[in-house]
Design a protein around this ligand. Structure first.
Ligand code: 6PG
Length: 241
């Protein structure tokens, strides 16, 4: 695993850099295969990025969109990551509806829906049991507590090693999330981390040693590349950058 850290002057520059990196990686991927798989992050940081991508002319029929995690709410709910990405981006571009693969959240039981999405991923990637899908690009954010996706500190989701999708838990609220093994199969993981409130967790995540149960982003060490895009506000005071 190679980890690269880039520090941008501010959040706008971080978003612009992420936009260019993603578009370049999509082009590079499509020079080698027929489609590109991109898993989106939720939260607030990526929203302007999605707006910027809505203004790009991308090979929409060859781009497949997934989510790395999802709150267990309907896709019309204001907290829905799917709702945020569709509103900011996907509703404004000619991407075929079949190329959008949201996490199911309306079956009434999070584990059942997690298992259902796992089946959808295996069908799409045509993976045999025991092998894990390799996403071309996975976007991730990091919470002030060092969580990523919906892998929260000291939760059972951190230890799930035999599934692609599991049920995360944030303060008793269920979420669906990629598991650590699935995330770590990615060819490229792009972390987007902005704001001074992330400094403490970044120091703990980048430190040579630490507790991954306390800072779950330490668990994300993909076989491919891990590129951390930080703004100066987040990176200030971070020692091991
Ligand atoms: C979510 C995200 C979550 C997010 C972090 C950072 O569903 O909320 O997937 O992991 O990336 O909480 O969120 P911000 O970008 O808002 O700081």
């Amino acid at each position: 695993m190679s980890r690269t850290i880039e520090v941008l002057p501010d959040k706008a520059a971080l978003v612009a850099r992420a936009e260019d990196l993603i578009c370049d990686r999509i082009t590079q991927t499509l020079s080698q295969q027929d489609y590109c798989t991109l898993a989106l992050a939720g939260g607030s940081t990526p929203k302007p990025l999605y707006g910027a991508l809505a203004r790009r002319d991308l090979p929409w029929t060859k781009l497949h969109i997934f989510w790395g995690d999802e709150r267990y709410v309907p896709p019309t709910h204001p907290d829905s990551n799917e709702n945020m990405a569709r509103t900011a981006w996907l509703n404004h571009v000619p991407i075929p509806p079949a190329n959008i693969h949201p996490m199911p959240t309306q079956g009434g039981d999070p584990q059942t829906d997690a298992d259902g999405h796992e089946g959808q991923l295996r069908e799409f990637f045509q993976t045999s049991p025991g092998t894990l899908p390799k996403f071309d690009i996975i976007l991730l954010g990091m919470g002030d507590d060092g969580h990523t996706a919906s892998l929260f500190p000291h939760t059972a989701a951190l230890g799930v090693g035999d599934r692609l999708i599991t049920v995360g838990n944030k303060d008793g609220q269920p979420r669906l999330t990629f598991t650590v093994p699935l995330l770590n199969q990615a060819k490229l993981i792009l972390f987007l981390v902005a704001g001074a409130s992330k400094q403490t967790a970044l120091n703990a995540v980048f430190a040579p040693t630490g507790d991954p149960q306390q800072y779950p982003s330490r668990l994300i060490q993909p076989q491919g590349e891990a590129l951390w895009l930080l703004d100066e506000a987040a990176a200030t005071g971070v020692i091991n950058r």
